[in-house]
Write a protein that binds this ligand. Structure first.
Ligand SMILES: Cc1cc2nc3c(=O)[nH]c(=O)nc-3n(C[C@H](O)[C@H](O)[C@H](O)COP(=O)(O)OP(=O)(O)OC[C@H]3O[C@@H](n4cnc5c(N)ncnc54)[C@H](O)[C@@H]3O)c2cc1C
Length: 275
C-alpha cells in the first residue's frame, strides 16, 4: 500500500552513511509488514538492503544470519552435515505462510523486529540459543540473546535508532538433536502454537515455546522429564498472563496444544536415545 506520510526513502551503502535517527524514521527490511498497513507515524524509510550484508556466514563458531537475509535465502541454505538441528530451518521457514513474493522479500531481521508471537524466525533463533548483534546509533555493537530481544507482541529491546545487524547461532546448539510441532487454526493460517525441543549429547532437554505465548518461553531440564515434571514445568512457565490471545487461537486451546506438543517432542527425542 502507498505510505502517503513517507516523504523520503534512502538507501545507505555503508554504516557511515546511515542517517542520524529521528522520530518518524523506520528501518526498512523487506517491507512485507511495513507496506501491508497504514503507517501514519512514519516520515522516512531507511532501506537496509543497500548495506550489502552477506546473508549467511558459516564459521567454526556457528551460523551468522544477516538481518537482511530473506526467508527464501535461509530456506535454500545447505548446512554442514554435523548441524543436525539445522533441520529446523525448513519447517520454521515454511511456518511463515506467505506467497512467493512475501518469502522472497521478508527478512529474518524484520521477522524478529516485528516481534509477532507467531514469528517463526523468533522460534528458530530462540530455540538455537541465538544472539542478536545490535548496531547502536553511537557506532557500537550490543549483543543480546533472542530471548531477551523479544519482549512481547510487537515489542523488542531495540532502543531508538538501533538496528538489528545479525543473529548468530552457536555450533553447540546447531549440533543438538531437535524436533518441532506447530499448529494453526486453518491450513494457511498463522501459528497458534509452535514448540521446538532440543537435546544435547549430555542429555539436557530444552523446550522453546512460541506463538501460544506473548514472548518466547524456554524451559530446560538436565535430563528427560517424566510427564508429571514436564506438565508442572509448563504450568509454572506458562501462566494465564503469558498466553497469547488473538484471532489465531483461544488461550485455552494454545495451552492445550503446547502441552500435547511438548509431550510428543519429549517422546520423539527420548526414543532416539542420547547420541
Ligand atoms: C501474507 C503474510 C503472511 C505473514 N505471516 C506471518 C507469520 O506467519 N508470522 C510472522 O511473524 N509474520 C508474518 N507476516 C508479517 C511479516 O511479513 C513478517 O514478519 C516478515 O518476516 C517481516 O519481515 P520484513 O523484512 O518484511 O519486515 P519489514 O516490514 O521491513 O519491517 C518490520 C518491522 O521491523 C523493523 N525492522 C526491519 N528490519 C530491521 C532491522 N534490521 N533492525 C531494526 N528494525 C528492523 C521495521 O522498521 C518494521 O518496524 C506475514 C505477512 C504477510 C503479508
Amino acid at each position: 500500500m502507498d505510505l502517503n506520510t513517507v516523504e523520503a526513502v534512502i538507501r545507505p551503502g555503508m554504516r557511515s552513511e546511515l542517517p542520524a535517527w529521528r522520530p518518524g524514521d523506520a528501518w526498512l527490511g523487506g517491507g512485507t509488514w511495513l507496506f501491508s498497513e497504514p503507517q501514519p507515524a512514519l516520515h522516512r524509510l531507511v532501506d537496509l538492503a543497500g548495506l550489502g550484508w552477506a546473508p549467511l556466514t558459516v564459521t567454526e563458531a556457528g551460523l551468522t544470519i544477516a538481518a537482511t537475509c530473506t526467508i527464501a535465502e535461509l530456506n535454500r541454505f545447505t548446512p554442514p552435515a554435523a548441524w543436525t538441528a539445522a533441520g529446523l530451518i525448513g519447517p520454521c521457514c515454511r511456518a511463515l505462510l506467505g506467497s512467493f513474493k512475501i518469502w522472497n522479500l521478508a527478512t529474518v531481521g524484520g521477522n524478529l523486529c516485528l516481534a509477532l508471537p507467531a514469528g517463526p524466525m523468533i522460534a528458530l533463533t530462540a530455540a538455537l540459543d541465538g544472539t542478536c548483534t545490535l548496531w547502536t546509533p553511537e557506532g557500537d555493537e550490543r549483543p543480546l540473546s533472542v530471548l531477551d530481544f523479544v519482549r512481547g507482541p510487537q515489542e523488542t529491546a531495540l532502543r531508538p535508532g538501533e538496528i538489528l545487524r545479525s543473529i548468530t547461532l552457536p555450533t553447540a546448539a546447531l549440533t543438538r538433536r531437535a524436533a518441532s510441532r506447530r499448529i494453526s487454526l486453518t491450513p494457511g493460517g498463522r501459528s497458534g502454537a509452535f514448540v521446538i525441543g532440543t537435546r544435547d549429547a549430555d542429555g539436557t532437554f530444552a523446550l522453546t515455546i512460541t506463538a501460544a505465548v506473548r514472548r518466547p518461553v524456554r524451559i530446560a531440564f538436565p535430563r528427560m522429564p517424566d510427564e508429571g515434571d514436564l506438565r508442572a514445568a509448563l504450568d509454572e512457565a506458562i501462566t494465564d498472563a503469558t498466553l497469547f490471545d488473538d484471532i489465531h487461537g483461544a488461550p485455552a486451546w494454545r495451552r492445550h496444544m503446547t502441552g500435547a506438543f511438548a509431550l510428543a517432542i519429549r517422546d520423539e527425542l527420548a526414543r532416539e536415545g542420547v547420541s
